[in-house]
Design a binder for this molecule. Structure first.
Ligand code: NAD
Length: 342
């Protein structure tokens, strides 16, 4: 089987590429990535060592995509994934995330390839998520019991990023229906682990550990600046495992949308993340309070994994402590990486 991973030099794409290369011995794995994300060059070098070829093409250029060989499966991990880019660089979010998907779909139709699409928990409406958390309990949202399943409201605003993901999902269903092709849509929550070049507006878990380790500053932004926002975190290895399972069962399980996340037991607030980062690195750093909340920020998200568990008998295996430890070890043992974060 020939598999193309778009965004293959990004955090998720590169980890999936390496994971599949080591396990699907009879398959050929390729990447497409124009290396715009800081750190992607380092991931490209990892792929090179495993003889995984990267096509350095812009996903927005269909003529380039058209010239690529035929693949049996495309795993679409290419995106501008930062929520705040919805405000700072809307053109890029729209063209990379939506035109990019459109181009990938045209390529799939041309070659009759199947698709696994990396969507996001950010497709859900911001206002409906905010309603889960009243002002009184924002200081202790960890106590909320509600988890978010695939039927949660998507009808209102969710950021341009969320919109491009939801619109991509609709486009996949539309174009694959007409052409009788098969897809899986995975709405992932926060994923983290080694090889994530985290920054303020994307990849906060790895950035939290790195900034403690290298004694750089951090800020609690929004909701009063207390660090009470809550998310569930999924280890990248658990994400890779479910993708491999999906590939192995593709002919039986397809044309479905799943929520996938770390779920309740892997839930943490920013404040507790600080405590854990202090313990693991032995360093305390200054954390500024920025009370003002971005229109795109949400106080709370915990994934309901019921559907994905039922279909694949899969569940997250790695705890938050394990995720943080793996990031810490990765940071400590890679001199080139240290240069990136410093
Ligand atoms: N990391 C998470 O927590 C998370 C959660 C939910 C969904 N996702 C989704 O998973 C996918 C991968 O996310 P990630 O965290 O690995 O992001 P990432 O930024 O690390 O990877 C994206 C890659 O795409 C490449 N790229 C960007 N624009 C491109 C273009 N125009 N042409 C070709 N390549 C381009 C970048 O260079 C980068 O290497 C995205 O679709 C994202 O929306 C990620």
């Amino acid at each position: 089987m020939k598999i193309l991973i778009t965004g293959g030099c990004g955090f998720v794409g590169s980890n999936i590429a390496v994971f599949l290369k080591k396990r699907l011995k009879k398959s050929k794995i390729f990447s497409l990535d124009n290396l715009t994300r800081k750190g992607s060059l380092l991931n490209r070098n990892r792929l090179k060592k495993l003889s995984i070829k990267n096509f350095n093409y812009n996903i927005e250029n269909f003529n380039k995509l058209k010239s690529l060989p035929k693949f049996n499966l495309i795993i679409d991990c290419c995106a501008e994934p930062a929520i705040e880019a919805s405000r700072k660089d809307p053109n890029r979010v729209f063209s990379t995330n939506l035109i990019g998907t459109f181009n990938i779909l045209k390529k799939c139709i041309k070659d009759r390839s199947n698709l696994i699409f990396l969507s996001s928990s950010r497709v859900y409406s911001i206002d409906s998520l905010k309603k889960l958390v009243s002002k009184q309990i924002i200081r202790n949202p960890i106590k909320i019991k509600k988890t978010i399943d695939e039927n949660f409201d998507t009808s209102a605003a969710s950021s341009l990023y969320g919109f491009t993901k939801l619109a991509s999902e609709k486009l996949i269903k539309e174009m694959f229906y007409q052409n009788k092709l098969k897809y899986i849509i995975n709405r992932f929550g926060v994923i983290s682990g080694p090889w994530q070049f985290g920054k303020q507006d994307q990849g906060f878990v790895s950035m939290w550990v790195a900034n403690h380790l290298f004694k750089k500053k951090l800020s609690y932004v929004g909701f009063g600046g207390y660090g009470h926002q809550v998310r569930d975190i999924l280890h990248i290895e658990d994400a890779c495992k479910i993708i491999l399972l999906q590939i192995s069962k593709f002919s039986k399980i397809n044309n479905i949308t799943f929520n996938i996340g770390g779920e309740k037991k892997n839930t943490i607030s920013l404040k507790s993340l600080t405590q854990k980062a202090q313990e693991i690195t032995g360093n305390r750093i200054k954390i500024r309070r920025i009370p003002k909340t971005s229109v795109f920020d949400i106080p709370y998200f915990i994934t309901n994994n019921r559907k994905i568990k039922k279909f694949y008998k899969w569940k997250p295996s790695k705890s938050i402590d394990q995720i943080l430890k793996d990031i810490y070890i990765w940071l400590r043992h890679n001199k080139v990486i240290i240069k990136y974060f410093k």
